[in-house]
Design a protein around this ligand. Sequence first.
Ligand code: AMP
Length: 191
Amino acid sequence: MNIILLGPPGAGKGTQASFLVEDRGMIQLSTGDMLREAKSSGTEMGQRVAEVMARGELVTDEIVIGLIEEKLNSAAGNGFIFDGFPRTLAQADALGALLEKTGQTLDHVIELQVDDEILVDRIVGRAEAAAAAGQPVRADDNAESLKFRLMEYYKKTSPLIGYYYAKGDLKAVDGLGEIDTVRADIAKILG
Ligand code: AMP
């Protein structure tokens, strides 16, 4: 089973993806994590990507589609969780084509619905908690980048809600509930 977790920054995609890894042995494919890895590799591409990410803008479709393509050719285990991918219609089309090419299906697209006000609090809170624990704070977890990240989401990613709804794949979950309630709601959908 392959699924997409869709939702704005701070909606809880990463947290819920890690539960699915734990509960079902699925493989989390987070393009954000892959890009942060590329950034710490110190290559020129990594450096360019880091600057775009720090501003809260999306990196090019070509780069992220390439990253996903590489992973799709590796073992699928109990299925993939696409976390933070696709983020544009071009990426969604590319994912559909890649899955078809490798004989795989897309089984569910789960939209985590959260209020904008809450997102800002969550992300600023995430940065403060990391700083207090002496952990690295994400370069894009600040109010300025967040504004761009939200704008990118509404301009480029939110159209995917209609796209997957029309395809009949979309299931919405209230992302405002307790973490474990959201986890249970997702489990119910996946069966
Ligand atoms: P995330 O960890 O999913 O919040 O992603 C952090 C940042 O990485 C985003 O703000 C973008 O700059 C970049 N990024 C992650 N995934 C994608 C994607 N699918 N398309 C374009 N940019 C992405």
